[in-house]
Design a protein around this ligand. Structure first.
Ligand code: AKG
Length: 263
């Protein structure tokens, strides 16, 4: 079956109103068993096809490598829905599309489909808010586990309620793919952060101002593949100043990464 025919999020989430309430109160939601094992398997197969057939012809900035000479060191694939029909269909399918509209009460578009590969040895994802990258908060990131994830391979940690604090101060990091990190990650956050040890097929979704981080991958042989699907409110695209600023930031980052041969 094509992913366009998979059942929609309405059929996968039994108490949508409770989920919406949870999202607005805590800033994130977690739906265990959101995808069936055969659906996860299909996504993994398309990822393999994408890596074999599509990656080689992508423009700069769509693939981030730890070491460009080593294809297995891809740390991140970006904008996959713009380069491949399967990932476009997936992002536009009722499985995901429409869920963010419900969560933030806005009409939204898929803005990005990413693969976070987190190979063995990968560094930690520093604490950050996605809104720092987006330059607004009218967006939600969905994070779909494509394998079981635990502390060893680098699970996510959320600070519940932190989305209420607005945009916090960040600094520019040298972590590939995660160029922004919170200046401070205080003890109050460490004490209440919620660890997301999940099974393949679990869906997490977080507010653009949710403070979150992920551990390093300490395994010598297990990857930690996840798909990131980001949806933005359609009205954001009418803010020309914001869209221009975002484009300029991306260009300058790509320039820096290209000069160190990592994209
Ligand atoms: O997968 C990761 O390590 C981080 C993901 C993340 O920061 C995000 O989805 O916003």
């Amino acid at each position: 079956m094509f992913c366009a025919d998979w059942s929609s999020f309405n059929e996968r989430i039994s108490h949508l109103n409770d989920v919406k309430e949870e999202f607005s109160k805590r800033g994130y939601i977690r739906i265990d068993g959101f995808l069936q094992p055969d659906e996860v398997q299909q996504i993994l197969e398309h990822l393999n096809r994408y890596r074999a057939d599509v990656v080689g012809r992508l423009p700069k900035g769509s693939v981030f490598y730890e070491d460009k000479a080593n294809e297995d060191s891809i740390i991140r694939l970006e904008q996959m829905h713009l380069h491949d029909q399967f990932f476009k269909d997936l992002a536009e399918s009722g499985v995901f599309n429409g869920l963010v509209d419900c969560l933030i009460n806005e009409a939204c578009n898929a803005d990005n489909v990413q693969w976070f590969s987190k190979p063995p040895g990968a560094r930690e994802t520093p604490p950050h808010q996605d809104g720092k990258y987006f330059m607004h908060d009218r967006a939600v990131t969905m994070w779909l586990a494509l394998d079981d994830v635990d502390e060893e391979t680098g699970c996510l940690y959320y600070v519940p309620g932190s989305h209420e604090q607005g945009l916090l101060d960040h600094y520019k990091t040298d972590v590939l793919g995660f160029s922004q990190a919170l200046i401070e990650y205080p003890n109050e956050y460490k004490e209440i952060e919620e660890k997301q040890v999940v099974k393949a097929g679990t869906l997490l979704a977080h507010h653009a101002y949710m403070v979150h981080r992920a551990g390093s991958n300490a395994s010598t042989h297990r990857w930690r593949p996840a798909l990131g699907l980001t949806y933005w409110a359609k009205r954001v695209y009418q803010d020309i100043e914001l869209i221009t600023a975002k484009k300029e930031y991306k260009q300058s980052l790509n320039h820096k990464l290209a000069s160190s041969d990592r994209i």
